[in-house]
Design a protein around this ligand. Structure first.
Ligand code: RIB
Length: 301
């Protein structure tokens, strides 16, 4: 696989991760098991996933002019992500995500902070970066107008766009019609398809672009009928960022010319490896690690 260029425009968060045996009800206090601050943010996670696999990866985003911001930029650089277009902004603190891990699952509250300073104008100022990308990868933790601007610019320069619609919100028809691939989970897909704006044929067209992630059940997409690509069984430590690993890996595989089915199998392997360690990014594998994992799976089949 050669080194293709992937640009990610999105969020950069510090994850404040608490593990607890029991999630408290509102008004209740419980004693937790552990607490960690770990780099995260859907955009940054996807960028790190792609970079670790070997893609030339550029991140466009904003952090606050604070300690978390500095730490996160340094961390991205250490992971091989180009941060030349990550801007520190004043008046807003770096985005954080308060994450509770319990019973093999998680819940997350994101406070976007500086991520909401990624304005359409900032996106436009990086048109050249976007135009030179093989793939533009987007999520929904920055203002929607900025996502829309990024998609317009990518299309102007015939750059493939993958949109991970998370966290879900109402999206315009024109945005969804412009992107090449949409990667919702089951709940997000249902939300998107429920929109009354769509005619039956438009809904069908939109569904063709969807690669639906279903956690342990694998992924599905529609090409001459429904295609299911199963997930890989692993010892799960933390599922945070599994979807992001999938997206970063999907972008990597597609940018290298893999067919959708093979790209999804590869991305499933990356997502599986990513959940074997604590934190969104810690378990993200290198290309060599994925290849070894896939060879072992083949031998065991
Ligand atoms: O997808 C997981 C990510 O969502 C976390 O890293 C957190 O920062 C939130 O953005």
């Amino acid at each position: 696989m050669s080194n293709k260029t992937i640009t990610v425009i999105g969020s950069i968060n510090m994850d404040l991760v608490t593990s607890t045996n029991r999630v408290p009800n509102m008004g209740e206090t419980v004693l937790g098991e552990s607490f960690h601050t770990i780099p995260g943010g859907k955009g940054a996670n996807q960028a790190v996933a792609a970079a670790k696999l070997g893609a030339v990866t550029t991140m466009i985003g904003c952090v606050g002019d604070d300690a978390f911001g500095q730490e996160l930029v340094k961390h991205l650089q250490n992971q091989g992500v180009n941060t030349d277009y990550v801007k520190p902004v004043t008046h807003r603190s770096t985005g954080i995500a308060s994450i509770t891990l319990s019973d093999g699952d998680n819940n997350i509250i994101v406070v976007p902070g500086a991520n909401y300073q990624v304005t359409p104008d900032i996106v436009s100022s990086y048109e050249e970066v976007i135009s030179k990308s093989d793939i533009l990868l987007l999520q929904l933790e920055i203002p929607i107008e900025s996502v829309e601007r990024a998609v317009e610019l990518a299309k102007k320069h015939q750059v493939m766009v993958i949109l991970n619609p998370a966290p879900i919100q109402a999206l315009s028809k024109s945005l969804l019609q412009k992107v090449d691939y949409i990667t919702p989970n089951e709940h997000e897909q249902q939300f998107l398809l429920e929109s009354e704006e769509w005619s039956d044929s438009e809904r069908k067209e939109m569904l063709k672009k969807c690669i639906i992630t279903m956690g342990a059940k694998g992924v599905k997409f529609y090409r001459d009928g429904e295609r299911n690509i199963p997930s890989f069984k692993v010892e799960t430590v933390d599922t945070t960022g599994a979807g992001d690993s999938f997206n970063g890996a999907l972008a990597f595989a597609l940018s290298n010319g893999e067919q959708l089915e093979e790209a999804c199998r590869f991305a499933n392997a990356v997502a599986a490896l990513s959940v074997t360690k604590l934190g969104a990014q810690s378990g993200m594998p290198t290309l060599k690690e994925v290849q070894t994992f896939l060879q072992k799976q083949q031998r065991d089949e």
